[in-house]
Design a protein around this ligand. Structure first.
Ligand SMILES: Cc1cc2nc3c(=O)[nH]c(=O)nc-3n(C[C@H](O)[C@H](O)[C@H](O)COP(=O)(O)O)c2cc1C
Length: 261
């Protein structure tokens, strides 16, 4: 195991891109996916342990937190957490901090991948997609420098906004409702890419067409990466430009582990 280990959860690549960039700027790291049950859980030998994950519905994706509970991290390790969102960080860092105490945390924004709600260009602060990516890369270097310097975040805990907590409490219900709304059109060529990407193995190819079940975490990878634009969620997603982070390949997104050197 490398002395630096970064756990990531990413639906459409923004967080994995940032995890890769932080790892590179740190001089290397092993990246371990928390999209599914992690293949590596005991990282007590690591000097630095990081987490990069998105905000979903006011908090961290539920699977991310469940999988983080399986990890063994040494109290001697330096632990950092990075939450990505389109506008507000939510309570994901608080929840992670209660599972694995964090020495350092940062909330950063990037393009909005929740295109049933907002177009991907909408983020806070407002900027172009090119600027957002540049900013993410610059912030990754800053985070890596802070981590290497062993910087500690001074506040006892990231701020926990009650409205985000309320939103996050209702999120599982929204997920269930949303899961029923996926449609696969005749544009589907049955290529199986969506099934490969789905972290919950919720998609099957039957009769040459994708069938989406209800065990969905709403990462939107299936919809955003579909090469023919056959998947929709509500009326608006067909009208909006689809988005995923182009610096991350499907191979990387679906890997259990990645080495960055
Ligand atoms: C289903 C869903 C819910 C989201 N909820 C929030 C939210 O509550 N607040 C926010 O600011 N961003 C929200 N986002 C935006 C993501 O946190 C952001 O786009 C992130 O960069 C996505 O990372 P990824 O590409 O690694 O999955 C949401 C995105 C998705 C797909």
């Amino acid at each position: 195991m490398h002395e630096n280990v970064i756990f990531f959860w990413s639906g459409t690549g923004n967080c994995l891109d940032m995890a890769k960039n932080i790892a590179k700027a740190m001089g290397g790291a092993d990246l371990v996916s928390l999209r599914k049950k992690p293949e590596v859980t005991d990282v007590r030998g690591a000097k630095r342990v990081g987490f990069v994950f998105p905000c979903h519905g006011g908090g961290a994706p539920v699977d991310f937190l469940e999988h983080a509970k399986l990890l063994q991290v040494s109290p001697e390790s330096y632990v950092f957490g990075i939450s990505q969102s389109a506008s507000y960080p939510g309570i994901g860092l608080n929840d992670l901090n209660r599972i694995i105490p964090l020495d350092y945390w940062k909330a950063v924004t990037h393009q909005c991948t929740c295109i049933w709600l907002f177009p991907h260009q909408l983020m806070v602060p407002l900027m172009t997609p090119k600027m957002a990516q540049k900013r993410s890369e610059k912030l990754s270097k800053k985070i890596a420098a802070d981590v290497l310097a062993g910087k500690k975040t001074e506040k006892a805990e990231p701020s926990r906004f009650f409205l985000n907590a309320a939103e996050n409490k209702g999120w599982p219900t929204i997920l269930k409702l949303k899961a029923k709304g996926f449609k696969v059109s005749d544009k589907c060529i049955g290529c199986g890419q969506c099934a490969k990407i789905c972290p919950r193995e919720n998609i099957e190819i039957r009769g040459g067409k994708a069938h989406i079940g209800t065990n969905c975490i709403n990462c939107l990878g299936c919809l955003q990466y579909c090469p023919t634009g056959a998947i929709s969620l509500g009326k608006v997603t067909d009208k909006r430009e689809h988005y995923y982070n182009k610096n991350v390949s499907i191979q990387e997104l679906t890997s259990a582990e990645l080495e960055v050197r």
